[in-house]
Design a protein around this ligand. Structure first.
Ligand SMILES: Cc1cc2nc3c(=O)[nH]c(=O)nc-3n(C[C@H](O)[C@H](O)[C@H](O)COP(=O)(O)OP(=O)(O)OC[C@H]3O[C@@H](n4cnc5c(N)ncnc54)[C@H](O)[C@@H]3O)c2cc1C
Length: 298
C-alpha cells in the first residue's frame, strides 16, 4: 500500500498567469499511520522528484503526479518546492488546475497528499523520491565527492529548470561558498523560456552568478519576446527545420556558441521530450560528444 502524508500549500505564486506557478508544500513533523507515529525525514537528493496527488480539473478526481523539487532538503527540510506549468495538451488534467482560482481556495482547507516510504523498524517516514540511483534517464545528483570536480552544462527548457535550481542551491550551500575549497567544479545553467516573466528564480540566479563567478554561470534565453534592454541570448538554442524530403535538420550552433567546450563537459538536460531529443540529435549530427549525458524529459 502507498503511504501518504498530507502537506499544506504554503506558496502558490503566479509567475506567468495561467502558465507557470511556483508551488511550495509543507510537510508536518510526523505522520500517524495505522495508529503509529512516524517522524518524517526529508533526505531527497537534488535532481529528484516527489510524488503528490493533486486534483485533476478535467477528470474531477485526484491524480498521481511527479514534480521535480527545485529547493534542497538540507536547506529547507520538509518544504517541497517546485514549478508547475500548464501543458496545454488535450489530455492535460492537473497542470491547468494548478494555475486555477480553484487551486487557491481548495487548499486553504484541504491538504495535498505526498508519498512517503515507511520504515517500521526505524520508526521513520521518508519523503519518496523518484530515482534512487544515478542513471542516464534521470537527474539525481551524483554522490558528494563525485560532482565537485565536474564541469556541468545544464540545459533547461521551461520548468525543466527545477532540478538545476536544486543543484545550484545545494552546491552553493555544500561547497561553493567555502573559502577553503578551491576545486575547479563549474556549473553553466542555460534556462530557455518564452519570455522574461517565465524565468524562474531569475534574480536569485543573477545574484548567485555575480557572487560565485568561479563556480557558476547563468545564461537565461528568451525565445518569443524580450525587453528592449535584454542583454542575454534570444531565440532558440537549437534550430530545427523540416526539409522538403520530410527529414528534420537540426542546427545546434547557437548552443555551441554559448558553450563552446561542450565536449569537455558533462551535459545535463531537462524539459520536453521534443526539445531534449533535438539537442541530442543536433549534437550527434555535429559530432559533438560531451563526457557524459543525462536527460530527464516529461
Ligand atoms: C520525473 C518527473 C518530474 C516532473 N517534474 C515536473 C515539474 O517539475 N514541473 C511540472 O510542471 N511538471 C513536472 N512533471 C510532469 C507532471 O508530472 C505532469 O505530467 C504534468 O504537470 C502534466 O500533468 P497533467 O495532469 O495536466 O497531464 P498528464 O500528466 O499528461 O496526464 C493527463 C491524463 O492523460 C493521460 N495521458 C497522458 N498522456 C497521454 C496520451 N498520450 N494519450 C492518452 N492519455 C494520456 C494521463 O494518464 C492522465 O490520465 C514531471 C514528470 C515526471 C515524470
Amino acid at each position: 500500500m502507498e503511504n501518504v502524508v498530507s502537506a499544506r500549500i504554503v506558496q502558490l505564486q503566479v509567475l506567468d498567469p495561467g502558465e507557470i506557478r511556483r508551488v511550495q508544500l509543507l510537510l508536518p513533523d510526523d505522520v500517524e499511520i495505522e495508529g503509529r507515529r512516524y517522524e518524517i525525514h526529508d533526505t531527497m537528493r537534488p535532481g529528484t522528484a516527489f510524488l503528490a496527488k493533486p486534483w485533476g480539473g478535467r477528470t474531477r478526481k485526484y491524480r498521481r503526479r511527479m514534480y521535480t523539487r527545485s529547493n534542497a532538503a538540507n536547506i529547507e527540510p520538509r518544504v517541497l518546492e517546485t514549478f508547475i506549468n500548464d501543458t496545454h495538451l488535450p489530455q492535460s488534467d492537473t497542470s491547468p488546475w494548478w494555475q486555477s482560482r480553484e487551486a487557491e481556495t481548495w487548499y486553504e482547507e484541504e491538504g495535498i497528499a505526498v508519498r512517503v516510504t515507511i520504515d517500521k523498524e526505524a520508526g521513520i517516514a521518508t519523503v519518496y523520491e523518484n530515482a534512487s540511483q544515478c542513471k542516464g534517464a534521470n537527474l539525481r545528483l551524483e554522490p558528494d565527492g563525485e560532482w565537485e570536480g565536474r564541469r556541468l552544462v545544464c540545459v533547461a527548457f521551461g520548468t525543466g529548470v527545477t532540478p538545476f535550481l536544486s543543484y545550484v542551491r545545494y552546491m552553493a550551500e555544500q561547497e561553493w561558498t567555502k573559502s577553503d575549497r578551491k576545486g575547479d567544479g563549474f556549473l553553466t545553467l542555460i534556462a530557455s523560456v518564452r519570455h522574461e516573466r517565465q524565468l524562474m528564480l531569475h534574480q536569485d540566479l543573477l545574484k548567485m552568478a555575480q557572487e560565485l563567478p568561479q563556480h557558476f554561470r547563468y545564461l537565461p534565453v528568451l525565445t518569443r519576446s524580450w525587453p528592449s534592454d535584454w542583454s542575454s541570448m534570444t531565440g532558440r538554442i537549437i534550430r530545427s527545420k523540416v526539409r522538403s524530403s520530410g527529414e528534420e535538420q537540426i542546427d545546434p550552433t547557437p548552443l555551441l556558441e554559448l558553450v563552446p567546450n561542450l565536449s569537455q563537459s558533462d551535459l545535463r538536460m531537462c524539459g520536453s521530450v521534443t526539445a531534449c531529443r533535438q539537442v541530442t540529435q543536433g549534437l550527434k549530427d555535429y559530432q559533438i560528444f560531451p563526457l557524459t549525458v543525462r536527460t530527464e524529459s516529461w
